[in-house]
Write a protein that binds this ligand. Structure first.
Ligand code: SAH
Length: 614
């Protein structure tokens, strides 16, 4: 359910028994409130409304981020037309047909995130999404939501005009001075962006401009094509002030310093100061109003920071020669030359005095709590992935995994997602990278084949987190189960796992061979149905021979054995054989070997283990 938190509160409107039947379960799955008219039979957790739907909608319009209607699209258009105001503030509006075959993104596709939610609901209910937005269908990120994963703030610009240039396939100049360039690396090859000019020189052959900077640029205002500005939050404002300085003076002072230096207020990451000012009312209020973090440092810490303008008076008062400059530099955390604006003192007769300095961080502040989705994608076909796992993959900002598995889930990707593929052997590096991005504030999906918690990435990621003193909460972790190889393989040959079974991996890369040997003996001796993962590689060939020897000691040579290679993939191969014959066939790293117990038998090409012993 946490997958949908981003969209709360969600109102679902259904007026007919059929629509209520379709949408009621959805509300429970995604954490939405169902609104039904008073003449319908009341339901648990449903909100009943009196009178006309039109009036009722007007009364709840501003309280919800999302409206999902179980009505005809025509009726919805008539109902909401007078409530719509502006793309940047309208809620997302979705329509689901009353029998639940289609989910339509009707309004607020980008900024309301209706397109995004439509895809998630389509996975959740396994129904067809209908998204008509042009950039979505060009597989491009929406320009008006481009910076959201990285916490960027929007500056000025003609967003509609720039978006329509992109949908016409015309060229857009991008000048990115600061902020993460991750978004640039995973664009489709025919994208319309031109990144060639590092500095804007006025005679670019393009139809529009996207400027990504911390500055408030005015110099291109005479150019007659549409432009927009995104501001990555890289500026840390260090503040020192006398007791009782008002919020309005702090605001005025920051505004003045930013204006003088051509900096954008939207690019502020946060405010930094000395610990004795952490409860200063004006400062706290300023941060609260603008949703900015307040970082605080002790005098002991600040006094070690090298600053251009130390002061003896400040030293005498608060035991460090600098507050504003030292705390700005400390917050920006990118030594040695992060100070962008040296301290400036602004005084007012009645409102106090404040010192401002600005430092620039090399990495933008996202202002988001990162998440790690540890996802099992099943054996290898889209049909075998759970709806929850599909939803999580579509929801993530970044998808990380082994290249082969990433190809499989390509149809689940959303335009604008960052996709980092790596070779099969780089599991640890993948875990470290995923944690790094999640700590920064991104939602990262780490995909494994089968189940992520069975010889997959889930353990590796959690182990790495543990090493890094993780508190169990931030970044948030959610594990999405998948159909593991032994289940998938078993299903292709019948019901071999009907009694106690175990899985043993023959890979001795991370486990000493002696341990594997002991487990093989125990499983064979105690009559477990045994699934062998990682049975044989090009260089590791002896382990499977040893396995056969051990089992032959304790089990009948005729014991059925299934060799299932690449289950549910186009190159699937299934062989039903016996313990004695099993090595006469190809066994490789894509094979799972299932060895039956003493009562397993084969019948008509199927492998069956009875539920009990006779
Ligand atoms: N996390 C995975 C296992 C990874 S270990 C899971 O839960 O399934 C890799 C081993 O899994 C392979 O060597 C093979 O033994 C088995 N395997 C993975 N996919 C398979 C498939 N589609 N068919 C048969 N075996 C498979």
């Amino acid at each position: 359910m946490s997958l949908f938190k981003l969209f709360y509160p969600i109102a679902v409107i259904a007026t007919t028994p059929q629509a209520i039947k379709t949408l009621h379960p959805l509300c429970q799955q995604i954490g939405a409130t169902l609104h039904i008219p008073s003449h319908q039979t009341s339901l648990d957790n449903a909100q009943v409304y009196q009178g006309s739907l039109k009036d009722y909608l007007a009364s709840i319009w501003s309280q919800n981020k999302v409206f999902i209607f179980g009505l005809a699209t025509g009726a919805v258009v008539r109902l909401i037309s007078h409530l719509l105001q502006d793309k940047s503030s309208d809620p997302a509006v979705l329509v689901i047909d009353s029998t639940g075959n289609f989910v339509i993104s009707l309004c607020g596709g980008h900024q309301g995130r209706a397109d995004h939610l439509t895809q998630l609901i389509a996975h959740q209910l396994d129904i067809t999404p209908v998204i008509t937005g042009a950039t979505n269908n060009l597989d491009l990120p929406g320009i008006d939501i481009l910076g959201l994963p990285f916490g960027w703030r929007k500056g000025e610009g003609n967003w509609t005009a720039v978006s329509s240039i992109i949908s016409r396939g015309e060229t857009i100049q991008v000048i990115q001075e600061v902020g993460s360039t991750l978004w640039q690396k995973y664009l489709p090859s025919n994208h319309p962006f031109s990144f060639e000019f590092s500095k804007f020189n006025g005679d670019v052959k393009c139809q529009g401009l996207i400027l990504i900077s911390a500055t408030k640029t005015q110099f291109y205002s005479d150019l007659h094509f549409p432009k927009v500005q995104w501001h990555p939050r890289i500026l840390w404002v260090g503040i020192g002030c006398v007791k009782g300085t008002s919020e309005s003076l702090i605001e005025k002072a920051i505004f003045e310093v930013f204006q003088q230096n051509n900096l954008a207020i939207e690019a502020i990451a946060g405010i930094a100061t000395i610990d004795i000012k952490s409860n200063e009312i004006g400062l706290v209020e300023y941060c609260k109003k603008r949703q900015l973090p307040l970082k605080i440092f002790s005098a002991n810490f600040l006094k070690k920071i090298k600053v251009p303008n130390p002061s003896i008076i400040v030293q005498q008062e608060v035991d460090t020669p600098s507050v504003a400059e030292a705390s700005a530099i400390s917050a920006a955390d990118s030594y040695p030359n992060s100070l962008l604006v040296s301290k400036k003192i602004i005084k007012s007769k009645d409102e106090g005095a404040v010192t401002i300095a600005v430092a620039q961080s090399s990495l933008e502040y996202t202002g988001r709590i990162g998440k790690l989705y540890l996802i099992g994608t099943g054996p290898g076909s889209l049909a075998q992935i759970t709806p929850a796992a599909k939803t999580a993959i579509t929801q993530a900002d970044v998808i990380i995994g082994y290249s082969l598995y990433l190809d499989l889930i390509k149809p689940l990707r959303r335009p604008g997602q960052v996709v980092e593929a790596s070779p099969i052997t780089r599991e640890k590096q993948r875990a470290i990278r995923a944690i790094e991005l999640a700590k920064w504030g991104l939602t990262v999906a780490v995909v494994s084949s089968g189940d992520s918690g069975i010889y997959g990435m889930a353990g590796l990621v959690l182990e790495e987190l543990q090493k890094k003193d993780w508190d169990g909460k931030i970044p948030q972790v959610e594990v999405f189960p998948g159909i593991t190889a032994v289940q998938a393989s078993a299903s292709r040959v019948g019901a071999p796992l009907m009694h106690d079974f175990c899985a043993i991996s023959l890979s001795d890369l991370l486990t000493p061979w002696e341990v594997i040997e002991k487990r093989l003996v125990a499983a064979a001796k105690e009559d477990f149905v045994t699934a062998i993962y990682n049975p044989q590689s090009r260089t590791r060939t002896q382990q499977i021979i040893y396995t056969q020897e051990v089992f032959l000691k304790y089990r009948n040579p005729k014991t059925p054995v299934a060799l299932v290679r690449a289950a549910y993939r186009p190159d699937e191969k299934i062989i039903l054989t016996s313990l004695k014959e099993m090595l006469n066939f190809t066994i490789d790293m894509l094979t799972t070997v299932i060895i039956g117990n003493s009562s397993t038998h084969s019948h008509g090409g199927w492998m069956i283990t009875p539920r009990g012993y006779d």
